[in-house]
Design a protein around this ligand. Structure first.
Ligand SMILES: *Cc1c(COP(=O)(O)O)cnc(C)c1O
Length: 339
């Protein structure tokens, strides 16, 4: 039994999902003739109360397309210092859109409207033009933290008053919706564009979407093509997405519960210095300085428990669809032994 808690991207499609994929009606999506892709796009658009959605091969490409849509070369995007668009997209913001990131020193990947106001450049020709604010919900490097929706609305107002675009990296938005009992519609109303992932908590093999109103999304398909992201009979992948929307959202609360139980077990271990608050499916913790990080992860690996380091002494475990009850019981027993 291999227990893989490195990421929620390690899931494999279930039999039922594969069956849905096998049954998919497909066509050439470059001609916009794949009925299953079209169905997924219109379903996601409706869910978020937006006019348009586009299917992408990755969350990175969906985010990068949003940055390109909402900025011009030389502009600046305001985001948290932990932001995926700045840390984990291979410098794409500057490479693809010619923009720089104005980083906010937030708390667990989150910040407030005043911090945004302070980060906006004055309107003088020698500054770069601030044109976009980007946030992440849940925050990845911030440990799966969920934003307070009131804060999001305050930031939206700042964006409106200063004519800034507002993009949500919603790779794990499903987790926030379940944890906070929020709706897709309220998020759609708050943001210009939202990227969502099907291949994280929802258990699909591939796929992300970008949603927005038609005026903004008009150029999205051209940008996707420029990035090399057009696909042909992608309906097989879209079918997995449709299946996941029907079957794999409500169950996320189970991942959250298990993550909290893991956190409590870690908190009882003498060798562990601290565990960050757990709201969703990500557990980030630190070992005491005297404990060797490599030795600790090796010891777990010998028990066939796999986790990753986030750097600067932080370790991460992520619960997901393929982390079963048996695995959970085994992990809890092994952690207790390690005290
Ligand atoms: C995983 C992730 C993405 C997208 O990653 P891909 O591997 O390109 O699909 C974007 N933002 C956040 C916060 C993520 O965790």
């Amino acid at each position: 039994m291999k227990i893989d808690l490195r990421s929620d991207t390690v899931t494999k499609p279930t039999k039922a999902m594969l069956e849905a994929m096998m049954q998919a009606k497909v066509g050439d999506d470059v001609f916009r003739e794949d009925p299953t892709v079209n169905e997924l796009e219109s379903r996601i658009a409706k869910m978020f109360n937006k006019e348009s959605a586009l299917f992408f091969p990755s969350g990175t490409m969906a985010n990068q397309t949003a940055l390109k849509l909402l900025t011009n070369p030389g502009d600046q995007v305001i985001c948290d210092k932990y932001a995926h668009i700045c840390n984990y997209e291979s410098g794409g913001a500057s490479f693809n859109s010619g923009i720089s990131c104005q980083l906010i020193d937030g708390h667990r990947g989150m910040f407030n409207a005043d911090q945004v106001l302070n980060a906006i450049n004055p309107d003088a020709y020698y500054y770069s033009k601030t044109s976009l604010v980007e946030i992440e919900n849940t925050t990845n490097k911030g440990g799966g933290a969920c934003w307070d929706f009131e804060t999001i609305l305050d930031i939206k107002n700042v964006c409106k008053q200063n004519r800034l675009g507002f993009h949500l990296d919603g790779a794990r938005i499903w987790h926030a919706l379940v944890a906070k009992n929020e709706t897709t519609e309220q998020y759609g109303d708050a943001f210009d564009t939202i990227s969502v992932c099907l291949s994280k908590g929802l258990g699909c093999p591939v796929g992300s979407l970008l949603v927005g109103d038609s005026e903004i999304m008009k150029q999205a398909i051209r940008i996707r093509k420029t990035f090399g992201g057009n696909m042909r009979q992608a309906g097989y992948l879209a079918a997995a997405g449709l299946y996941a929307l029907d079957h794999n959202i409500a169950r996320l609360s189970q991942d959250h519960l298990r993550a909290k139980e893991i956190g409590a077990a870690l908190n009882n271990m003498g060798i562990i210095k601290s565990v960050e608050p757990i709201e969703t499916n990500i557990v980030i913790f630190e070992l005491h300085d005297v404990v060797d990080e490599n030795e600790f992860t090796q010891k777990l690996a010998h028990k066939n428990i796999h986790i990753i380091s986030m750097g600067s002494g932080k370790l991460r475990m992520v619960t997901h669809r393929d982390y079963t009850n048996n695995m959970h019981e085994y992990l809890m027993t092994e952690l207790k032994k390690m005290v």
